[in-house]
Design a protein around this ligand. Structure first.
Ligand SMILES: [Zn+2]
Length: 419
């Protein structure tokens, strides 16, 4: 068993936390921003120093390749992203990049023999915080392999036209051209030249920490549904309409939300569901709202439980507080299971290193989820302190980050030997 260097990992965490440092413990590092370019330059500097060959593809995904003893074999890639959400933390995404770098640095400095080329990779624009949608580049690169209803949302020409949420005169294609990292489409990750993909990531939830486990052996990405609930009432003057004559769509929406939560609470305790978005029309304080639309996102591994959620939505009364209620499917996704053999490699590596671990599923989307439609893929999780993520208090100790990298290293070496 090999272990990665905590000292080297700590140095990387400190260094990468500077690129986009927002001044209060976290970073804002939008994809292809000057801060992202700084992180990419540091990646290239460190990977070149250990003899890696660097290339990029047409979506500016970056690949650092450390040659194996038989470069004719398909490569093994370790990938994540280095962009963040606004006022995000120092670990989401970049940990997977730092872990991949740490694996290659350990292999290079300790002269660990490997047949396959080993690749550290950066996915461009995973968060989609400046140029939506999230998981943009993996959506484009894996497009031919994705289910049709997902693939249609990631057509390259639409992605290039995605407008900056801060500056509508800018789009993703322009940012790509200006980045200096746009390479050739023939360099894309593909199932012919690559054998497997691993992604190290923070858990982004509280399960590992509460269970006192250092490593999460990820088995799947949860299936989910995303419905839009629509409530129609009648707009009227807020001062002149007595209460009994009102059809207040927002008041009705509050009751619909309560109804849904009460019904969904009766289903499997592992089901998670969220209303995170609400539109109110006309959203004026002197007008009784006449239209509300809100999202309901529900996730569970078992499609039967997801089907029960759909039943709850279908069977909900069509009228609440004199307002009519309707719904529409925004999109759905089946549970995506990771490659069984790779999951076993992660499990065996954690066990052999003597790190406490447990099986876990991923409630969040990751580039690995799209990659898994194209080639054997899996993930390794490390705990998130207090379960926080997508915020500045996000934290995973250097020790746990290093343990994650060590599991990644040994799993990759098992994959290298298994031909
Ligand atoms: Zn991430």
């Amino acid at each position: 068993m090999y272990e990665c260097s905590k000292q080297r990992m700590t140095d990387k965490i400190k260094t990468f936390s500077k690129f986009g440092d927002a001044g209060h413990g976290g970073i804002t590092r939008y994809s292809l921003s000057p801060e992202d370019i700084m992180a990419r330059k540091e990646f290239i500097k460190r990977m070149t120093a250990i003899g890696c060959e660097i290339k990029s593809d047409d979506m500016a995904n970056l690949y650092a390749t450390l040659k194996g003893t038989d470069p004719s074999l398909p490569a093994i890639v370790m990938a994540s992203h280095c962009d963040s959400v606004k006022n995000g933390g120092n670990y989401d995404g970049i940990l997977g990049v730092m872990g991949a770098m740490e694996v290659l640095e350990t292999v290079a400095t300790e002269g660990i023999e490997h047949k396959h080329n080993l690749v550290a990779m950066i996915w461009t624009n995973e968060e989609g915080s400046l140029y939506p949608p999230a998981m943009m580049s993996s959506g484009v690169v894996c497009n031919d392999y994705l289910p049709a209803d997902i693939a249609q949302n990631f057509k390259k020409e639409d992605m290039l036209a995605s407008r900056s949420i801060l500056d509508p005169s800018m789009n993703f294609g322009m940012a790509l051209d200006a980045s200096g990292y746009k390479g050739d489409q023939s360099n894309r990750l593909n199932p012919k030249d690559y054998k497997a993909m691993f992604e190290l990531h923070i858990e982004q939830g509280p399960i590992l920490e509460n269970d006192n486990k250092d490593i999460g052996v990820v088995t799947c990405v949860l299936g989910m549904i995303n419905y839009r609930i629509k409530i129609t009432g009648q707009a009227d003057h807020a001062g002149t309409t007595p209460m009994q004559y009102r059809k207040d769509a927002l008041f009705a929406a509050a009751q619909v939300l309560l109804y849904l939560h009460t019904e969904l609470d009766k289903l499997d305790p592992e089901l998670v569901y969220t209303t995170g978005e609400i539109l109110c029309h006309p959203n004026v304080h002197t007008v009784i709202p006449d239209f509300i639309e809100f999202s309901i996102d529900a996730r569970h591994e078992d499609p039967k439980v997801i089907e029960q959620v759909v039943e709850v939505i279908r069977n909900m009364p069509k009228e609440f507080a004199k307002c009519s209620v309707d719904y529409e499917v925004a999109w759905t996704r089946d549970t995506v299971y990771y490659d069984k053999q790779l999951v076993d490699f992660v499990q065996e590596s954690a066990d052999e290193l003597g790190y406490s671990n447990r099986k876990i599923n991923s409630g969040a989307g990751h580039d690995a989820q799209f990659a898994s439609y194209m080639l054997p893929t899996t993930m390794v999780f490390v705990p998130s302190k207090d379960g926080h993520s997508h915020c500045e208090p996000e934290y995973t100790s250097p020790e746990l980050c290093t343990k994650g990298a060590s599991v990644l290293l040994n799993a990759v070496l098992k994959c290298d030997k298994a031909d």
